[in-house]
Design a protein around this ligand. Structure first.
Ligand SMILES: Cc1cc2nc3c(=O)[nH]c(=O)nc-3n(C[C@H](O)[C@H](O)[C@H](O)COP(=O)(O)O)c2cc1C
Length: 192
């Protein structure tokens, strides 16, 4: 069997992003568990705000196609999203919207969301840890007919969660992330 490939996507471009740090901690745990991990930045796939006229005129932007291919080259995907006003940030929603419009040869539209497992996590400075953002993201991915694993991680008070090396410092957080990592690996393997 080929190595299990996991893609980790932070949903923030901000330097010092709490979610990019959680994505890094997750990537570390996936690697420790034996998976081949890629961690990307959506800054490498800049996209205009979705506009049907733009798509009609010029097609789906190349970056959406490239990101779709990147997702398609992995067996499992973890999206680590901030929470903005009780939902997902426009960066995350807009990216999913564009990728859901990609249809390459011999594919149905948005096919990349089917046939692989997705996991979701969030980090915020507040007490709720992004649970409302996770609920929204689960709904959006489910609308794309993605298989979103039941385990998820909402990391509250995230500015206090990391040590100087950007590793999670609280055992409970490490264990919660570990449970998500194990479940995504398990479900992704079964879908290979
Ligand atoms: C427009 C905006 C709305 C926000 N709304 C929420 C919110 O609803 N709940 C919350 O916990 N944090 C909210 N925050 C704070 C973010 O969780 C915080 O800025 C976080 O650090 C962003 O993620 P990042 O560090 O990965 O960039 C909001 C921040 C912005 C800029």
């Amino acid at each position: 069997m080929s190595a299990l490939k996991i893609l980790v996507i932070p949903g923030s471009l901000r330097s010092g992003s709490l979610n990019a740090r959680l994505a890094a901690a997750a990537a570390y745990q996936f690697a420790q568990a034996g998976a081949e991990v890629s961690r990307i930045s959506l800054g490498d796939f800049p996209l205009p705000i979705y506009d049907g006229d733009l798509q009609a005129r010029s097609g789906v932007p190349k970056n959406a196609v490239n990101l779709k291919r990147m997702i398609g080259a992995h067996h499992g995907v973890l999206i680590v999203t901030p929470e903005y006003n009780a939902s997902v940030p426009p960066l995350v929603k807009n990216t999913i919207d564009w990728v859901s419009r990609v249809q390459e040869a011999h594919e149905t539209r948005g096919q990349v969301f089917r046939g692989r497992a997705f996991a979701i996590a969030a980090a915020t400075e507040s007490r709720l840890g992004g649970t409302r953002s996770l609920a929204a993201l689960r709904t959006i991915l489910s609308a794309c007919q993605a298989m979103v694993i039941p385990s998820q991680l909402a990391l509250p008070f995230a500015s206090e969660a990391y040590d100087d090396m950007d590793r999670l410092k609280h055992p409970a957080d490490i264990e919660a992330l570990g449970a998500l990592v194990r479940q995504l690996i398990d479900v992704s393997q079964r879908m290979m």
